[in-house]
Write a protein that binds this ligand. Structure first.
Ligand SMILES: Cc1cc2nc3c(=O)[nH]c(=O)nc-3n(C[C@H](O)[C@H](O)[C@H](O)COP(=O)(O)OP(=O)(O)OC[C@H]3O[C@@H](n4cnc5c(N)ncnc54)[C@H](O)[C@@H]3O)c2cc1C
Length: 409
């Protein structure tokens, strides 16, 4: 039985026309609008009517996700290598439109196209880019990015996974946790320290059939249930020396990928919040109690206005972040501030949206509860909100409050 329906039968189109109070669309050129519309069409007409059963069963909608290859967005900002070569605003809009409908699809895309392809694009040699990026741009190969470990989360700078050189190979030992797409990946990047203590990214080809490598999905997640995250163990896994990414030597290097990730996640948080608000607004206009639409009650209007205001502020900070990135002036702190604000507000907005739907807000059929739980993951991944706050505090004050012994190497 396939879970993919042919038609959008239960979707209220009005709920998903897009909220844009400050007319951000006026700042988009034709290409940016076209990309936005293409992704919106796919998400509203293909993903929205089909995603809930997958979410409920914690199943990855592979067939559906593969349709992303036809949208011309893979590889994001990367130019050449069959990648999309999007500009910063286009890239942000892709994450926004995806998350506005479903946070699992945006994570699948963000991990493959942003973290995995981004690592190769930013930190690989020309030969490595030529070897791995084109098939990834066509989704013939799915990527995953393994940094976090069971005992090293926020503390990822101190990862314990090791890479020891042995002739023309490196031998990897250690463990990773939470790795998105790992169990369906064709290229798995594992971050490890070598004998000299240097940071490195090692690309494991065909991870599903690699000796010494175990990948086990994590079950029981309350958010982003239809994207798969895994625990990984590495016992003497041999990786050819030419598969070590050419450029990275310190945590600062992988930090470049993480900052780009925070850019995408800031847009993702805004998208999740906007999607929940749009559903709630539509519901409030149509739900009648005491003989009138609930949108006419002051207490409901207070929630709607709070949501509309926060979503607008999130959109505006994202737009300015895109401008800064386009001008090559986006600092680490700017990306952290946008992620910090938007992840916090996404939680707030999605919870208000759930309240507006009353009992129906508890039902997955009405989408808002799913978005609310996706916001929980956004709050924690790509650096928890506490860590964003501390990165920002360090940039503002010059004092490092992350940890007395925190060093970025
Ligand atoms: C669904 C999901 C998908 C993910 N996907 C990936 C992936 O694809 N690849 C990958 O590598 N990782 C991935 N992650 C891992 C994610 O990045 C980590 O969960 C995150 O960095 C936090 O690490 P932790 O969960 O170990 O929490 P911890 O670091 O143990 O933090 C626990 C709490 O302590 C706080 N804390 C920690 N240090 C400090 C400090 N110095 N000061 C104040 N408070 C502090 C944290 O903010 C948090 O509130 C994913 C996580 C989730 C949940």
């Amino acid at each position: 039985m396939t879970l993919v329906a042919d038609e959008a039968t239960s979707v209220d189109e009005n709920a998903m026309h897009g909220f844009d109070f400050f007319k951000i669309e006026n700042f988009m050129n034709k290409k940016q609008r076209a990309t936005r519309d293409k992704v919106r069409d796919f998400m509203v007409n293909r993903v929205l009517p089909n995603i809930n059963p997958y979410w409920e069963k914690a199943e990855f909608p592979r067939e559906l996700a593969m349709e992303i290859k036809d949208l011309g967005i893979l590889g994001g900002l990367i130019r050449g290598f069959d990648s999309a070569g999007l500009d910063p605003l286009e890239m942000g809009l892709v994450m926004y439109e995806m998350a506005r409908v479903d946070g699992s699809i945006s994570t699948f895309y963000g991990v493959h196209s942003g973290l995995a392809m981004g690592s190769i694009g930013l930190l690989g040699s020309d030969e490595q880019r030529e070897r791995w990026l084109p098939p990834m741009s066509r989704l013939e190969k799915i990527g995953a990015f393994g940094l976090t470990e069971p005992d090293q989360g926020s503390d990822a700078v101190n990862i314990k996974t090791t890479a020891r050189r042995d002739g023309d190979h490196y031998v990897l030992n250690g463990a990773k946790r939470w790795i998105g797409n790992a169990s369906i990946s064709d290229l798995l990047i594992i971050w490890a320290r070598d004998e000299n203590g240097e940071f490195g990214g090692y690309v494991i080809e065909d991870p599903q059939n690699t000796e010494g490598l175990t990948i086990e999905n994590i079950w029981g997640k309350i958010g982003k249930r239809s994207v798969l995250n895994a625990d990984i163990t590495l016992e003497n896994v041999a990786v050819p020396a030419e598969n070590r990414l050419a450029k990275p030597r310190s945590f600062k290097d992988v930090g470049k990928v993480l900052v780009m990730g925070r850019y995408g996640v800031s847009w993702e948080a805004a998208g999740v919040a906007s999607g929940a608000f749009e559903h709630a607004f539509n519901y409030a206009m149509n739900r009648t109690q005491f003989g009138q639409p609930i949108a006419g009650f002051q207490l409901i209007q207070q929630k709607l206005v709070e949501m509309a205001t926060e979503v607008s502020l999130m959109q505006l900070i994202c737009l300015q972040l895109a401008n800064m990135m386009g001008m090559k002036q986006m600092s680490e702190g700017m990306a952290s501030m946008a992620k910090y604000n938007n992840a916090k507000k996404a939680r707030y907005v999605t919870q208000l949206a759930r309240e507006v739907l009353g009992g129906n807000g508890i039902l997955i059929d009405n989408h808002v509860a799913r978005l609310m739980l996706d916001a929980e993951v956004i709050y924690t991944y790509e650096g928890t909100n506490e860590i964003q706050l501390l990165i920002l505090g360090r940039e503002l004050t010059g004092f490092n409050a992350i940890s007395p012994n925190f060093k970025l190497d």
